[in-house]
Design a protein around this ligand. Structure first.
Ligand code: 4AD
Ligand code: MG
Length: 440
């Protein structure tokens, strides 16, 4: 008799028990009189030992990496002093092959493979120790975000991602043919989310957003998971507080959910200190001028930033890395921001907007207060050169019971890249979609 168990349940508590475990051969080392298998079943890794009659030269052709097996045996606690990867190991007494593998696997990818090859073979790479740990952290992070919102009274909604309007300007749209009419893959669910605040109050959604980004960078995806929030009756400072609470609370939840896994992925993971630095765009311009961060160079002469200049990513990152802490970069001039953003009551040139910048990654959240007045919003459409008629369902919000409100969008993969200390955003995706990749 053997009890079927998962690796996560294998602890010294059930040592001596005969168990039955199914999984994949993460590593296999077959020697003359003993065989070592590192078994992977998705819940963890287990060292398994084959001895005696079970060891046979023919095992070399069968017990190879990624073969699926069913193992029977007894769990034992390795003697103290023996270098064992786990608290328990399995002394195998019987095994069966469920699915064979092939030695050509070693030739498909190895530690020297080119990154394009690695992403062509992403389905294999994902089984690796680090990639699988990242995928699990990604799952836990998704749970942490959801739990944060549910525990704080938000309702989740699921807006459409096939749309006929745009939210963040027309340049980065993927266009498609929707039964003969033009449509787009959504850039952001914000406009739909705004229509939900009279329905459910604080609303959030977790949906895919799409951007036909021409630039190929370490932080731009063509498809990303967008966590968006919209809240009625808040002020700009409340919005910043909520974003700060979200980021720190999710970090804290991840430590609680699986600190060990988190620290194996990123030994430097930390819950950021509150409050975050809050810096207005105007102060940012001053910071750049004072710290020799230049807009450009003309004939060898550095050109300083002036009020009204967009600070490009590279310079923004330099500022962020010099400061070395999360920064709420706030109150951008309206010309450089989306049409729907509310102006600052104290300065009409500026918007109540923010980008949350993280050292090493840059912007992970973008948010703002929204124009709540119908006529002001109509004027904003006019200035943008947009026909508001297709947006009637969005502008009606201001006609029938408007309210001050604001919200934000957090790039889930940007968050993970930052929190897990990854170099490149593609590493936290299942199958990344980027400028030069739509496969596999
Ligand atoms: O700053 P963005 O463009 O803001 C919006 O879309 C708002 N409508 C959100 C809202 O207020 N509801 O995008 C929000 C966030 C960025 O801060 C970034 O983290 C992420 O989405 N993001 C991307 N992530 C990966 N690849 C891309 N190409 C991204 N574009 C934006
Ligand atoms: Mg942005």
């Amino acid at each position: 008799p053997a009890k079927e168990v998962k690796i996560r349940d294998c602890s010294p508590k059930i040592q001596g028990q005969r168990v039955h475990i199914k999984g994949w051969l993460h590593e296999a080392r077959i020697q003359k009189s003993v065989g070592f298998i590192k078994l992977r079943d998705g819940t963890g890794f287990l060292q398994c030992v084959l001895t005696g009659d079970l060891v046979h030269p023919s095992l070399h052709d069968v017990l190879i990496r990624e073969a699926t097996v069913s193992l029977y045996g007894t769990l034992t606690v390795p003697p103290p002093g023996k270098k064992a990867p786990q608290d328990v190991e399995l002394q195998v007494d019987y095994w069966q092959l469920i699915g064979e593998s092939n030695v050509d696997l070693e030739g498909i990818i190895n530690t020297e493979s080119h990154v394009d090859q690695m992403f062509d073979q992403r389905h294999i790479v994902l089984r690796g120790t680090r990639a699988s740990a990242i995928m699990k952290m990604r799952s836990l992070a998704m749970k942490a975000f959801r739990d944060h919102f549910y525990d704080n009274g938000y309702f989740e909604v699921t807006p459409p991602t096939l749309v006929n309007t745009f939210c963040e300007g027309g340049s980065e749209l993927f266009t498609l043919d929707f039964f003969g009419s033009p449509a787009y893959l959504t850039q952001s669910s914000q406009l739909y989310l705004e229509t939900m605040i009279p329905v459910v109050g604080d609303a959030f959604c977790i949906a895919q957003s799409y951007r036909a980004e021409a630039s190929k960078t370490r932080r731009h995806l063509a498809e990303f998971t967008h966590i968006e929030v919209e809240s009625p009756f808040i002020k700009f400072d409340d919005l910043l507080d909520r974003i700060e609470f979200l980021v720190c609370d999710v970090a804290e939840r991840l430590f609680k959910l699986d600190k060990d896994l988190l620290l194996t992925v990123n030994p430097n993971a930390k819950i950021p200190e509150r409050p975050f630095m809050r810096m207005n765009y105007e102060e940012g311009i001053k910071f750049c001028r004072e710290n020799k961060i230049y807009k450009s160079e003309e004939n060898g002469v550095p050109v300083h930033f002036e009020f009204g200049d967009d600070i490009p990513e590279a310079q923004e990152r330099k500022m962020n890395d010099m400061i070395g802490k999360p920064i709420f970069f706030c109150r951008f001039p309206h010309e450089m921001k989306a049409f729907y953003m509310a102006r600052c009551p104290e300065d009409d040139r500026l918007t109540e907007s923010t980008d949350l910048l993280m050292p090493g990654v840059g912007e992970i959240v973008g948010g703002s207060m929204r124009i709540a007045n119908y006529q002001q919003l109509m004027d904003a459409y006019k200035k943008e050169g947009l026909d508001p008629s297709q947006y009637y369902w969005f502008t009606d919000q201001r006609k029938y019971g408007t309210c001050p409100h604001g919200g934000y969008g957090l790039g889930f993969e940007r968050f993970l890249t930052w929190f897990l200390g990854e170099e490149h955003i593609r590493n936290v995706c299942l199958y990344p979609r980027m400028r030069d990749r739509c496969s596999p």
